[in-house]
Design a protein around this ligand. Structure first.
Ligand SMILES: Nc1ncnc2c1ncn2[C@@H]1O[C@H](COP(=O)(O)OP(=O)(O)OP(=O)(O)O)[C@@H](O)[C@H]1O
Ligand SMILES: [Mg+2]
Length: 250
């Protein structure tokens, strides 16, 4: 598999704090990778370096053959990088479909004009329908976001990130705060995403994360501590000591 995303020696520093320090890693086309690590390990900051929300102070970020280290978040999104956030980010007074339309139109000159038509039309309809189906939300299309469950709201955020047809999807704790039943649904949604879509998943629920990915990167204090297949990570004594021994959501 050819590398889609490559980070070489990436650092993000806040004053004296090296939130991400000398991170070197790659994600292949179609690969699914989990990032584990305790609170403050630098996982979300690493995502920010990839999406451009916080450009790297050091190092190089390459995506799909291009050096994007200094590219704007918009330029990176246009190249095919999408993300979801650790915190829910939706319009609660609008329906599920309207939220998806906003996400879809965010890419076009008609940006944020949900008033243009009541319903999705043409290509927009196809994009919205595909995203609803991939995230198991077809039956919730016309329901206001404030009336769907929290688990469905997280599914909707995932659906919104798919409307740009990304090549790489970064998921920041998609199952945080979900009930055990909602976690199962979210895991199934993630598992059934198209195989050609590369995924990087930050998740504190180890069993959920390891069941979804091909490879795991464990971060600690801003650095990549260990990388390996899910089974190797489960057995690694360093991982057990710094992370598996102290599960956050236990
Ligand atoms: N904008 C910022 N300014 C200053 N310090 C920051 C900023 N963002 C993050 N940090 C610090 O950088 C470190 C890494 O934070 P980050 O949010 O990346 O951790 P994380 O691994 O995502 O943690 P969590 O599991 O709690 O989400 C932490 O010490 C955090 O306090
Ligand atoms: Mg985080």
């Amino acid at each position: 598999m050819k590398p889609l995303l490559q980070l070489e020696g990436v650092g993000i520093h806040f004053g004296a704090l090296k939130a991400v320090d000398d991170a070197t890693l790659s994600v292949a086309s179609g690969e699914r990778v989990a990032i584990l690590g305790p609170n403050g390990a630098g996982k979300t900051t690493l995502f920010n370096a990839i999406t451009g929300l916080l450009p790297a102070n050091r190092g190089i970020v390459r995506f799909d053959g291009a050096d994007i280290t200094r590219a704007s978040p918009e330029a990176r999104a246009a190249r095919g990088i999408a993300r979801t956030f650790q915190i829910t980010n939706l319009f609660f007074g609008l329906s599920v479909e309207e939220n998806l339309l906003l996400a879809t139109r965010g890419l076009s000159p008609a940006k944020f004009s949900i008033w243009r038509t009541d319903r999705a039309a043409g290509n927009e309809r196809n994009i919205v329908d595909a995203a609803l189906s991939k995230c198991h939300l077809e039956s919730r299309r016309d329901v206001l976001v404030r009336e769907i469950s929290y688990g469905e709201q997280r599914q909707l955020e995932l659906a919104m990130s798919l409307t740009s047809s990304p090549k790489l999807l970064l998921l920041d704790e998609p199952a945080a705060g979900l009930s055990p039943a909602e976690r199962v649904v979210m895991a199934n949604v993630i598992r059934s995403l198209p195989r050609e879509l590369s995924l990087v998943l930050i998740e504190h629920d180890i069993d959920l994360a390891l069941g979804l990915v091909d490879r795991v990167i464990c971060m600690y204090q801003g650095t990549v501590l260990v990388e390996g297949k899910p089974d190797e990570i489960r057995r690694d004594p360093r991982v057990q000591e710094i992370y598996l021994g102290k599960p956050r959501h236990a």
